[in-house]
Design a protein around this ligand. Structure first.
Ligand SMILES: [Cu+2]
Length: 208
């Protein structure tokens, strides 16, 4: 006969030190594109997933498998955690893993979920991640979470983060990047790289 799985509870820790034998698993949120990297991970009970928030302003919010981009009752939620050019620290959300059942998470900012900004923890297989991404992209809009729950908001030094922030100018457009500043018209080779258009050190922002 079928029995209901017993919820597995572990002691909540307010730091980022997993118990012996467990891991701290970094996941990058946002950056040059509105993504989770990686967008699927395997985690054991007692591991801590450390979401590290790169460029933009993102959340990690839990949804049900059959209701993407919508907060799950009682699910985890980080709230909105921004990263702006020049920051030397990185906002984090440290989430203790309390179950090995597949867990579906999205970013509740703007259209990010419809753009496929989702992650599945302990998916049954890669196809489930693809299917969930498509289901998220098929929604009309996202619903924001309310309170911060299921983890601890903290910060780490940028030097210790698992990512390099987007170049300053590219980040301003939320990942799309502004067109290169009008430089000398180059021959129409394909070698132009937009990220090199402006030297960050030449930007002073004191006009006016
Ligand atoms: Cu986002």
């Amino acid at each position: 006969m079928l029995s209901t799985p017993t919820p597995i509870l572990v002691a909540r820790q307010n730091d980022t030190t997993p118990a012996a034998g467990n891991k701290l698993i970094p996941v990058v949120v946002g950056g040059p594109q509105d993504t989770f990297v990686p967008n699927q991970i395997s985690a054991a009970v007692g591991d801590i997933v450390q979401f590290q928030f790169s460029n933009g302003n993102h959340t990690v919010t839990q949804a049900a498998q059959n209701a993407p981009c919508t907060p799950l009752d009682g699910g985890i939620n980080s709230g909105h955690i921004p990263f702006q050019d020049g920051q030397t620290t990185v906002g984090t959300f440290n989430m203790p893993v309390t179950s090995t059942y597949a867990m579906f998470l999205y970013c509740a900012t703007g259209p990010h979920c419809q753009e496929g900004q989702i992650i599945v923890i302990n998916p049954t297989d890669a196809q489930q991640v693809l299917d969930y991404t498509k289901a998220s992209q098929s929604t009309e809009k996202s619903i924001d979470g309310t309170s911060v729950i299921g983890g601890t908001v903290a910060e780490i030094q940028l030097a210790n983060a698992a990512f390099v922030p987007a170049p300053a100018m590219a980040a301003a457009a939320g990942g799309g990047g502004a067109p290169p500043a009008a430089a000398a018209p180059a021959a129409s080779s394909s070698s132009a790289v937009t990220a090199k258009a402006i030297q960050p050190s030449s930007i002073t922002n004191v006009t006016g």
